[in-house]
Design a protein around this ligand. Structure first.
Ligand code: DX5
Ligand code: ZN
Length: 224
């Protein structure tokens, strides 16, 4: 089953960390459905971003679900810590885990939604034996590591194929798309079947976050 209601998940990677709580509350008031937190270790990806204390701070700042995107090696080591810090959804990269099925189940045992992220070069066939074990597939439409990169249109056919897989599952699976989404690209992303869309630069990079979120929703409705 694929959830067909569109959710927007602003990524705080593009926010002003000096006033993080205000930034989060601003997008919550403007109608965002999730808060996306990008955790980078300088090893799985070339950049280092934030970790547990920022997840804790985000948790205190909002009632919205906290969607943690782990771009770290050996994610299994930290799942319990991120659950404790306040994550509601925890995603890790299939490329970073030797035992993805076990890690997905660990997340579920912690009472959280389990997400599996795929880099642009990763074929969706890796999902075939994991569909029962996951609650969300995250498809990267840029190479992870930085906000403000250009959307890779090569990924649209993968979004389409993964949403078909999600529809055929017996339980609810979300299809999330992350990277380079803006008012120009969101239409194609939603049309291909994504129901959760991450946006960093397109929300926190804009002066008026309410207008940015409205613009994304309108563009999605017009093309989706
Ligand atoms: C990239 C991160 C994204 C990033 C998205 O590695 O996973 O969540 O913040 O930023 P934009 O929307 O600007 O591409
Ligand atoms: Zn992300």
């Amino acid at each position: 089953m694929l959830n067909s209601v569109l959710s927007l998940a602003p990524s705080i990677l593009s926010a002003d960390f000096g006033r993080l709580a205000d930034e989060i509350q601003e997008v919550e008031a403007a109608g965002a459905e999730l808060i996306h937190v990008d955790v980078m270790d300088g090893s799985f990806v070339p950049n280092i971003s934030v970790g547990l204390p920022i997840v804790e701070a985000a948790r205190k700042a909002t009632h919205l679900p906290i969607d943690v995107h782990l771009m770290i090696v050996q994610p299994e080591k930290y799942l319990a810590d991120f659950a404790r810090a306040g994550a509601d959804i925890i995603s890790f990269h299939v490329e970073a885990s030797t035992h993805a099925q076990r890690a997905l189940n660990q997340i579920r045992e912690l009472g959280k939604r389990a997400g599996l992220a795929l880099n642009p070069h990763t074929h969706e066939s890796c999902l075939d034996y994991l569909l029962d074990d996951l609650d969300m597939v995250m498809l990267m439409t840029v190479n992870p590591g930085f906000s403000g990169q250009k959307f890779l249109p090569s990924q649209l056919s993968k979004i389409l194929r993964v949403s078909e897989k999600a529809k055929s599952a017996a339980h609810m699976i979300d299809v999330q798309v992350d990277g380079g989404v803006n008012a120009e690209t969101i239409g194609a992303v939603v049309k291909a079947g994504a129901n959760i869309v991450v946006a960093g630069n397109a929300v926190f990079g804009q002066r008026d976050r309410g207008a940015a979120l409205r613009g994304l929703r309108q563009a999605a409705a017009a093309h989706g």
